[in-house]
Design a binder for this molecule. Structure first.
Ligand SMILES: [Zn+2]
Length: 228
């Protein structure tokens, strides 16, 4: 989805979604689910993997970003290894089996429901496990431990060294939010180009978006030359 028209579709989907629903909106816009409701039942890791694939196509295997040092608050430049993160997120299992019982990876619907409870972390773990009356205390603990692993694995992070305080810490990475920022920048540039060409030549948006970036740039520079 890196074509011009696709970029605008993705921008609208991500800009219009609340943070909790952004991953599901991405999966729906990317054709992984027939509706937003169906996308809410897909694993969070699927949205992360799709966001990382999109980021790699737009930015390459590394992305420069800024993060605050968790220890001293200093602004740190972080070079995110998109390829490594993509490989990690793509390899996460959708479910694990413990003693014949299935533990699911958390989905957007699980997170949205957990956020309305007093203990979202515990609620999220519990929603990944099907606990019936036949489960012993020991089995229950084992199932919840696997759920915790699956929930933890879905949260991506990178290690960073802080030159200010000398500390080394782990910074959370939200690939869907990073993609939303990147797509917003790409879309803003596209919309400026469309507005410029439409004003100069009266062309329709769909026709302008079908032009290659090189042709758009050439026509824009001609339009600017004409105005001088
Ligand atoms: Zn620091």
């Amino acid at each position: 989805m890196t074509g011009s028209a696709d970029t605008l579709v993705l921008w609208e989907a991500l800009a219009g979604a609340s943070p909790v629903l952004a991953g599901a909106a991405l999966l729906h816009a990317g054709g992984e689910a027939p509706s937003l409701a169906a996308a809410c039942d897909l694993p969070l890791a699927a949205a992360a993997a799709m966001a990382l694939r999109q980021l790699r196509q737009r930015c390459g295997d590394h992305l420069d970003t800024l993060a605050a040092c968790p220890s001293c608050g200093a602004r740190l430049e972080v070079l995110l290894p998109l390829r490594q993160l993509d490989e990690h997120a793509s390899a996460l299992p959708a479910a694990s089996t413990v003693g014949g019982r299935t533990v699911r990876s958390p989905t957007t619907r699980d997170v949205a429901a957990a956020l309305t409870t007093d203990d979202p972390d515990a609620s999220l773990r519990a929603s990944c496990v099907q606990l019936d009356d036949g489960v012993t205390e020991h089995e229950r603990a084992a199932l919840l431990a696997v759920a915790e692993d699956l929930c933890g694995a879905a949260a991506l992070s990178v290690r960073v060294d802080c030159p200010d305080c000398g500390g080394s810490s782990s910074v959370d990475v939200d690939p869907v939010a990073l993609l939303a920022d990147q797509v917003a920048m790409d879309a803003a540039q596209l919309l400026r180009d469309v507005a410029g060409l439409a004003a100069a030549y009266g062309w329709r948006e769909a026709d302008i978006l079908r032009l290659s970036p090189a042709r758009r740039a050439a026509y824009l520079s001609m339009a600017r030359g004409r105005r001088r």
